[in-house]
Ligand binder design. Sequence first.
Ligand code: BEZ
Length: 288
Amino acid sequence: MTWKTLIAATAAVVLALPAAAQTREFRLGLITPPAHVWNQEVAALNATLQERSGGRMSIVAFPSGQLGNEATMLQQMQTGALDMAWLTTAELTFRVPDMAALHAPFLVTNIADAARVFRSDVAREMLDALPRATGTVGLCYAMIGMRQMVMRNPIASAAELSGQRIRITPAPAISRFFEMFGAAPAPMPLPAIYDALANGQVDGLDMDYESIINFRYYEHAPYLLETNHHMFGMVALVSARVWAGLSAEDRALITDAMQLHCDRTVDRFVDEEQGKLDRLREAPGIRI
Ligand code: BEZ
C-alpha cells in the first residue's frame, strides 16, 4: 500500500465514524468566579459528562465573565461561537419578557419555595420560548440564593431607599422594583461591582448571600438587610446551532448530565442558605 492510499483509507475510516463517536470539548461561559457554587457544579458536570461518554465529551469553563458579560455570551451562543453558558434568568428577561414573572417581588419568601417554582411545569414551559428568542436551548433551571440588600450606611425603613443608588443585575423588572421606592437602580455586571462599591459609586447592592461571601462585599457595605425580596434563577443553555449538530444520543446524555447538576445546584442553595447567613453574622464589621 502506498502512502497516498494509506492516507485515503485512514481518512475514509475517520469520516465514516458515527457522530456519536466523535470527541467534543464544549466551551461553557459563566459570569460567576471559580469559588461560586455554579462553577463547582460545572466542574462536576465536566466529570459526569466525561465519565458517561467514556471520555468523548468534556467541558471547559470560562468563569468570571472572561468571554464578556451575559448579553455578549448570549450573542456568542446565537452564532455558535460559544457552545454553552449558565446565565441568569435576569439576562433572559430582555429576550423572553414572560420570564420576568420569576423576578416578581415577594413571589416567594423563602428559598425552599423558590426551588419549587423553578421545578414547576409553569417555569419549565417558559424555556420553550428560548430557541426562537435567543437561538439557545434551555435544558434546566438552577438558582442562586434569595436576594437581600447590603448597604454602605444604615437603613431604618423602605422610605430611606429613596435617592439611594442601588446596584442591580441588569433587568427591567429589577430596575422597576427599586424605582418604586424612589431609588436609583445602577445596572452592573457582577465582576464590576466590588470596585464600584469600594469607589463609592453605589450606596448598596441587590445581592445573594453566596456572592456577598465570595466577594466580601460587606467590607464596604456592612449593613445587611435580610429582605428575601426576590428569587433569582439560572438557566443552563446550549447554543441551538451546536445542539442541532449533535446526535440524539449525545443530546440525551448532555440533557441528563445537565439536569443532574442543575438539581444539585438547587439542592445545595436550599440546604446551605441558612448556614451562609450564619457565616455572615460572624463576618468582620457586619451589621444585620
Ligand atoms: C448578579 O448579577 O448579581 C449575579 C449574577 C450571577 C450570580 C450571582 C449574582
